[in-house]
Design a protein around this ligand. Structure first.
Ligand SMILES: Cc1cc2nc3c(=O)[nH]c(=O)nc-3n(C[C@H](O)[C@H](O)[C@H](O)COP(=O)(O)OP(=O)(O)OC[C@H]3O[C@@H](n4cnc5c(N)ncnc54)[C@H](O)[C@@H]3O)c2cc1C
Length: 393
């Protein structure tokens, strides 16, 4: 049986960051992954340009049953610390709206940063390796059996991520390990994911496929202002992905398609100043024709403003500024960017990510019950939690 100080399961954002930090402390580190390549999600992230962090990171950008848990790690390894690593590796990057930072060239730059640091610090990475069992022995701590070898290690770090994008290697491994050790796992659901629509709505809105509108999307008092995108399957775009993480099946979401004005006030004003103006002339200046023609009855659109009552104008405004739609569901883990739920943070130390019950057992990254907003927050959590665990494993 081979002896290793630290075994990390998952060679991606959280696992590689933890490996680098532990190896810098001269710990002998082995990273195991069942995929044929490290960091597949890093490579596909941010449309191939990896939105690796955000200028503005706080606990409010995360969803968890223990909302305070993230605070400690996020202040010990900040976005500025990761930006410093990116700059030290001379990776060109740029800011997009809402403080999001992306690589100028490719996500590969971020993965190479991590792999180069691993190499420099003598981290061993074993790919194509499936773990068959984990046993807890108080003396050696953990015995890990893979198909080829058996290892014993003092620290075992689970960085196996969530369930999104199974074809990229996602598996419930981490949740099973938690359950094996009696650690609670919160039910999981796909987050940052497009909505599908009920048949009737799908038919109504299918012609709008491809239209993007800057909107405010709300679901029980949580609001996001960004684009929504009509698709063949339903609704997508950043504002929809964000709200999907707060939505539960059966709920209705509210969308304001014209967030910068009060449409009813505008229509009333126009009605008094230009009563001969047709409703469609006003609305087609504000939103794409196809959208207006779908949302508002053609009978109204052809009327002049003076032919429409105040009550009807108010209804028309409500349809555009307070559009209520009940999604049928989401596209699920197949396209989701994150998994909501996971390993209960209450069972872990917020300083080290170590199990309070089983010293030497750590959970980091997305496998935990922590999900970030769209905008680089998920990677920042992986870097921060991986870095913190790396100081102690
Ligand atoms: C399409 C897409 C785009 C995204 N874009 C962004 C973005 O731009 N910015 C951002 O902040 N976040 C983004 N995310 C989210 C981000 O990728 C994840 O939150 C992050 O990768 C989580 O890191 P992790 O190391 O915890 O887990 P993962 O990156 O999921 O890595 C887990 C690793 O564990 C391995 N593994 C799983 N099961 C086993 C097992 N049984 N045995 C051995 N190994 C196993 C996997 O192969 C994988 O290598 C995106 C996600 C997706 C799906």
């Amino acid at each position: 049986m081979k002896k290793i100080d630290v075994i990390i399961v998952g060679a991606s954002a959280a696992g590689l960051m933890c490996a680098i930090e532990a190896a810098k402390r001269k710990r002998k580190v082995l990273v195991i992954d069942h995929a044929n390549k490290a960091g597949k999600k890093i490579l596909m992230s941010g449309g191939g340009r990896c939105n690796f962090t955000n200028y503005d990171v706080s606990a409010e950008n995360y969803i968890s049953h223990n909302p305070h848990f993230v605070k400690s790690a996020l202040t010990r390894f900040t976005q500025w610390d990761f930006i410093a690593m990116v700059e030290a590796h001379k990776i060109p990057y740029h800011e997009r709206e809402h403080g999001q930072l992306f690589c100028d060239n490719s996500s590969k730059d971020i993965l190479n940063l991590l792999l180069n640091e691993c190499k420099k610090n003598h981290v061993r990475i074993e790919l194509n390796t499936t773990i068959k069992s984990i046993k807890h022995k108080s003396k050696e701590n953990f015995i890990v059996h893979s198909e080829q070898y058996s290892y014993h290690c003092e620290s075992l770090v689970i960085a196996s991520g969530g369930l999104s994008i199974p074809k990229m290697g996602a598996s419930p491994f981490g949740y099973k390990v938690a359950e094996q050790f009696g650690i609670k796992v919160w039910p999981t659901v796909a987050g940052l994911v497009p909505f599908t629509l009920h048949k009737h709505d799908k038919e109504t809105y299918s012609d709008l496929s491809g239209i993007a509108i800057n909107s405010i999307v709300s679901c029980h008092n949580i609001n996001f202002r960004e684009n929504i995108l009509f698709t063949h399957r339903g609704l997508s775009g950043p504002a929809i992905l964000q709200i999907s993480s707060y939505w539960t099946a059966g709920e209705t979401i509210t969308i304001n398609l014209l967030p910068d004005i009060n449409l009813f006030d505008l229509l009333k004003q126009k009605r008094s100043k230009q009563p001969q103006l047709k409703l469609k002339t006003v609305l087609h200046q504000l939103l794409p024709k196809r959208l207006i023609n779908t949302f508002i009855e053609s009978e109204h659109l052809e009327k002049t403003l003076q032919e429409i009552s105040f009550e009807q104008l108010e209804d028309i405004s409500t349809q555009i500024q307070n559009w209520k739609i009940q999604p049928n569901g989401t596209e699920g883990y197949r396209t989701a960017e994150v998994t909501i739920g996971g390993v209960d943070c209450d069972a872990l130390s917020s300083k080290t990510m170590e199990s309070t019950e089983y010293p030497g057992l750590y959970f980091i990254g997305e496998v935990m019950d922590i999900s970030g907003w769209l905008g680089g927050y998920n990677f920042q959590w992986s870097w921060a939690s991986g870095w913190c665990a790396g100081q102690y494993v």
